[in-house]
Design a protein. Structure first.
Length: 359
């Protein structure tokens, strides 16, 4: 790894109480380029623009995938990653599906640790705060030819983050548009999955909703995901979530919530979840909670579900009555080193980790 520290840090201008998620970037980034059948040097350098042409193949043919994860700071100033190996393996799962070269553990895990170590001052401390990390892999060859690119770039950047949806949201069940299909790339974090979701989401927002609940592409009878989140419901005392498949992303937060629920003795079911089942549970008073889970949001409660011409209102329960919120609290306390970690998920970024690469 080659490290080139910035001589003009912007950290002094960062106001933790006044910033925009996704538009404020830390001082550095990681970049590694692939050509001639192999990855080159891993470079940690000042964050900034890179030279590309409009003929870059990733723009035209969609060979692009990314990951989303976070770093957390505790009260003593120590910084932690959360289950980075899950994101590493999923990045390579996406790479294989999109015919891109797999990244190495040194590039991904080592790059993350070095970036977070050097930019640890950018990790905000406090409830709901974190440093969002975005590893991305995309085709860079300059060629207007519909084929697999021969050149790629892997990069990692970081942006301070706070609560994504600070209030409960309203969601609409999609009965026409689909996020993914059998045989497609729904299980990969392909960039195109997100581009294709914006128009249906815009239509839902014009009706007063915040997001869409995606349903199966064949009959629109089963829940799949919600916006960019995995979806869960609590019917009576059981948390239910759709099983993952080639259409549904295997979310790290989804898996974590399920394991926390098992640890706390909360009953869970991973299976097909029919729209009609959720609708009937609401009518019968058995639908206690519905929510989305994901890295950016952690957990976002639903206050309303739009189904056909109806708007199904949901009570947003206080924390001591909400099973979902209790699961979220356990998980966020674990991530921020404020609670137990029975799973060994926290990965401490040692101070000075990046120094071993300085020359």
């Amino acid at each position: 790894m080659i490290i080139n520290k910035t001589t003009d840090s912007r950290l002094a201008t960062f106001d933790q109480e006044n910033f925009t998620f996704g538009n404020t970037f830390s001082d550095h980034m990681v970049v590694c380029e692939y050509q001639d059948g192999k990855w080159g040097d891993i470079k940690l350098m000042p964050y900034g623009p890179l030279p590309f042409t409009p003929a870059m193949m990733g723009v035209h043919y969609g060979q692009a995938a990314f990951e989303g994860m976070k770093a957390y700071k505790d009260a003593d100033g120590e910084v932690f990653l959360f289950r980075p190996e899950r994101n590493f393996h999923r990045m390579n799962k996406s790479a294989v599906r999109l015919a891109m070269p797999e990244v190495t553990e040194e590039m991904f895990i080592g790059g993350l640790k070095a970036l977070v170590d050097i930019d640890r001052g950018w990790v905000p401390h406090g409830e709901g705060f974190s440093l969002y990390l975005r590893p991305v892999l995309f085709a860079t060859e300059e060629a207007l030819q519909a084929r697999i690119s021969t050149k790629f770039m892997f990069a990692i950047m970081a942006t301070p983050a706070r609560a994504y949806y600070p209030k409960p949201i309203a969601v609409k069940v999609s009965d026409h548009f689909s996020r993914s299909a059998n045989g497609g790339v729904g299980y990969a974090k392909a960039a195109g999955n997100y581009g294709g979701s914006f128009y249906p989401t815009l239509l839902a927002q014009e009706e007063g909703y915040d997001q869409v609940i995606w349903t199966d592409d064949c009959e629109h009878k089963y829940f799949e995901e919600s916006g960019t989140m995995n979806v869960m419901v609590r019917i009576n005392d059981t948390i239910i979530t759709p099983k993952t498949s080639e259409k549904i992303l295997d979310g790290v937060t989804r898996d974590s919530i399920l394991k926390v629920a098992e640890h706390l003795g909360v009953k869970t079911e991973v299976r097909d979840l029919a729209v009609e089942e959720v609708y009937n549970a609401h009518k019968n008073g058995e639908l206690k909670e519905a929510f989305g889970v994901g890295t950016a949001v952690v957990m976002s409660m639903f206050k309303e579900i739009g189904y056909k011409e109806e708007r199904l209102a949901l009570d947003v329960l206080p924390e001591d009555e909400s099973v979902a919120q209790q699961l979220k609290k356990f998980l966020t306390d674990l991530q921020a080193n404020q609670g137990e970690d029975p799973f060994g998920w926290r990965v401490k970024v040692e101070k000075g980790y990046a120094d071993q690469f300085l020359k």
